[in-house]
Structure formats: structure tokens, C-alpha cells
Ligand binder design. Structure first.
Ligand SMILES: [Fe+2]
Length: 335
């Protein structure tokens, strides 16, 4: 707030001086300030001790049904009242069966007309879930050419963000669907995983994590490696764990974020280096199991997650469809 007030009073002084001293060109002399629009935006007063903030929502597109609208409204409210830089979608963006093209009406009914708050008009970084593979997954890539906020350059991609002292945060957005061997025989998923060369994606991820000098390296994929939901020992959970866990361990990745299970979870297997979060209750919810040794939090509750990080630590919070924060934890960067 202090910074905003200072900028305002500086502008007021300059205008008053110019009016009394003569031509407008005099205003430029000695007034070499660089005020950008974000400096005088009311959101600049929301700054906190963290350098990067993002929301994470998964498993959401149901034409507004089953609490999708309520969660969307609370996301908008939260992002209005807290710092936020972008939104991650952890996949299963459109139920029941993805979108058939970048012009599918579901873009309107399940996305544009649901996440309407101005605070949600910043960049969205989505990945593909299994339901997105029941129609044309590449239509979601092509939608990036139509929407300003939908940023999905490929089925898998990475983004690097600057934090303090030019340190970086690397986020690898991966496509877990081709990593599941059973999908190639599945009549719905098969045609769209065909030709995806999963080993090529794994090599890309290995090289990306190896070559990056980022302080934080985060991997986001639709399928979890572990879950306290119904799919604890399911074929997809086991398949993804088999190929991704060695890479996360090899590169000492501190955080893996997923969706797929319709709940919110924080899991940490004692011997693993990485924490795993699941944010998959953007609309429907499914049950969770209590008492698993590696589960630190699990809730069968509609909602979204909010992450904030700086050079030292990451804060993760779960917010429900009524706007109530139901879980908050701090993870120090020790790796
Ligand atoms: Fe899923």
C-alpha cells in the first residue's frame, strides 16, 4: 500500500508543477521516472514474502455442474485477494470426453463462461488428462492460438519463472497418458496415444531436469505416483510411478503435482525426496482413505490449491468451494 500511495503522490506533484510552469514538454525534464501499469495497479499492494504464486485446479470441465461454478467463484475471489501469477490445470479439463476441436462449444460452457473473474484472466498452463484423450488432445494445444490465457504450446512443455536474485523456478508440464502401456490397447485412448513415443518424452524430461540450473524444479503430470484415493494400486498409478519415480529421485525433485483423483492430497513417502500434491477436485469428488502412512493430508472436498514460493520455502494451501482454507503447509527447499 505504501508504494502505491507514493506513486500517486508523485504523479500529483508532477501534474501540478507542469500546469503552473508552462508547456507540457517541461514535464519530461527531471521527471525521469519509470512507472509501469502494474506499479499503480491495486494488485501491487498484495505483495507478500513470496516471489511466485499460482493456483492449481484439476478435473474440472462439467459445464458448471457438480460444484464447478462454486469452485471457480472461490478461485476468482482468492486470486483477487491474494497475489497470483498464473493458474495450472492438472488435466481432465473436459468431461466426459475432451473436446473435438478448438471450436468445440465446451470451451465456452466449461471454461470461458465458468472462470470469468478478472483475477483468472492471467496465464493458464494446462496439461492433458485421460478424459482429454477420449477426443482430440491436440485441439487443446491449438486452442492456445485462439485464447490469450490458455497457454499450451505442446502436449508436454516447460516454463521457467524468475524469482529473487535472478534465481529460477522450472516447471515441467508432462503428459502422463502415453506413459501407461495399457492405454495403447484401449479403444478410446489408443488412437490418441498412438505414435507418442513415451521414451522420447522421458529423455526430454531427463535432459531438462539435468540441464536446468533452477533453484526449484517442479514436475506437473495428470496421474499421481501415489494416492490415498480409490486408485492406490491401480494400473495407471503403478505405471506412472514405475517410469517417473526414478527420474524424480535422480534429479532430487522436491515437488510433483497431479490431478486424476477427485480430492486434495499431500503425500510424502519417507524414503522419497519428493512431496506429492493432488489437486483434482475442481468439480466432482471421490472418496479418500484415512490412515495411509505416507499421507499427510487427504480431503474428499471440492476445491483448488494455492502455492507460493521463494528462495527458501514453498507454501501449499488447500481451499474448498466455500473459500475456506482447509490445509496449509510449508516445505523448505532442502535439496
Ligand atoms: Fe483422470
Amino acid at each position: 500500500m505504501k508504494r502505491r500511495e507514493f506513486v500517486k503522490s508523485t504523479l500529483g506533484t508532477a501534474v501540478a508543477t507542469g500546469l503552473s510552469a508552462g508547456p507540457l514538454s517541461n514535464l519530461a525534464i527531471g521527471a525521469n521516472r519509470r512507472i509501469e501499469s502494474e506499479d499503480i495497479n491495486s494488485r501491487s499492494s498484495l505483495k507478500d514474502e513470496y516471489d511466485l504464486h499460482f493456483l492449481a485446479i484439476g478435473d474440472w470441465g462439467r459445464n458448471g455442474a457438480d460444484h464447478q461454478v462454486q469452485v471457480a467463484q472461490q478461485m476468482g475471489k482468492w486470486a483477487t485477494e491474494h497475489p497470483n501469477d498464473f493458474i495450472i490445470s492438472t488435466g481432465d479439463n473436459f468431461y466426459p470426453s475432451g473436446v473435438v476441436s478448438e471450436h468445440d462449444p465446451l470451451w465456452h460452457y466449461s471454461f470461458e463462461n465458468i472462470y470469468t473473474d478478472f483475477a483468472l484472466q492471467w496465464d493458464w498452463y494446462p496439461i492433458l488428462g485421460n478424459h482429454d484423450y477420449k477426443s482430440d488432445p491436440d485441439a487443446q494445444v491449438r486452442y492456445s492460438n485462439i485464447s490469450r490465457r490458455w497457454k499450451m504450446p505442446a502436449r508436454y512443455y516447460s516454463k521457467t519463472f524468475k524469482i529473487k536474485d535472478n534465481d529460477e523456478v522450472l516447471i515441467a508440464f508432462i503428459d502422463t497418458n502415453p506413459l501407461i502401456p495399457e492405454f495403447y490397447q484401449n479403444s478410446e485412448y489408443g488412437p490418441h496415444v498412438a505414435g507418442q513415443q513415451p521414451e522420447k518424452q522421458l529423455q526430454w524430461l531427463d535432459h531438462l531436469l539435468q540441464s536446468s540450473k533452477a533453484k526449484w524444479k517442479i514436475v506437473v503430470g495428470h496421474h499421481p505416483l501415489y494416492t490415498a484415493g480409490p486408485r492406490t494400486e491401480n494400473y495407471d498409478t503403478l505405471a506412472v510411478r514405475k517410469v517417473l519415480k526414478p527420474l524424480l529421485e535422480k534429479h532430487r525433485i522436491p515437488l510433483y503435482l497431479s490431478g486424476h483423483e477427485h480430492s486434495m492430497q499431500h503425500l510424502k513417502v519417507q524414503d522419497n525426496c519428493f512431496h506429492q500434491f493432488i489437486s483434482g477436485s475442481g468439480s466432482e469428488v471421490t472418496p479418500v482413505k484415512k490412515g495411509l502412512s505416507y499421507s499427510r493430508f487427504e480431503a474428499s472436498t471440492y476445491g483448488f490449491m494455492y502455492f507460493a514460493l521463494n528462495q527458501q520455502q514453498l507454501q501449499a494451501q488447500c481451499i474448498d468451494h466455500e473459500g475456506k482454507m482447509i490445509y496449509s503447509t510449508i516445505i523448505p527447499l532442502t535439496i
